[in-house]
Design a binder for this molecule. Sequence first.
Ligand SMILES: CC(C)(COP(=O)(O)OP(=O)(O)OC[C@H]1O[C@@H](n2cnc3c(N)ncnc32)[C@H](O)[C@@H]1OP(=O)(O)O)[C@@H](O)C(=O)NCCC(=O)NCCS
Length: 159
Amino acid sequence: MDIRTISPQNRQQINDFIKSRWFSTEMVVRGEIVDMTVLEGFVVYENETIIGLVTYRIKNNECEIMSLDSLKENQGIGTALVNKVIEVATIEKCTKIKVITTNDNINAMRFYQKRGFDMVRIYHNALDISRKLKPSIPILGNFNIPLKHEIEFELNLFK
Ligand SMILES: CC(C)(COP(=O)(O)OP(=O)(O)OC[C@H]1O[C@@H](n2cnc3c(N)ncnc32)[C@H](O)[C@@H]1OP(=O)(O)O)[C@@H](O)C(=O)NCCC(=O)NCCS
């Protein structure tokens, strides 16, 4: 698998990819607007085309996955990208890796829990605040589930 680090050379291509996936390079998490164009991460290429991306940030010895996308599902791309973040977070001596997903994202909830992430917190009605900051967030999510809550998962790195 052709996995590379986000660098100044591929940054613009990655920003375009983020926009195509999320309509904007700004993401709202727990009421905070995050500029995704400055995040670190890893990217998977197939013939110089991006087919997977993970972005993360590290603060106070905690790593947070900010986005994870795979354009070719069920081939191991998502797992490989999460493993790269675990590798970096371990080297950086992070105590945990956090990730937030929304209540409609059943697939992500399966994916993270099967990779050792535990469901630790729910931010009830967090999307009400997010929509004030980013009105383009839809009312209905996957499977037409009302998009309302943020759910936080954590992987402890030192137990
Ligand atoms: C969640 C997401 C990143 C998973 O990516 P993915 O590339 O499909 O992930 P993987 O291929 O590594 O794993 C998915 C499944 O495929 C299976 N799989 C992996 N390689 C496989 C292979 N070669 N053959 C068959 N199945 C395979 C895995 O076992 C896994 O199943 P499991 O979760 O039940 O164990 C992807 O679905 C996605 O981009 N979703 C939309 C964005 C999103 O919701 N992101 C997460 C919120 S931040």
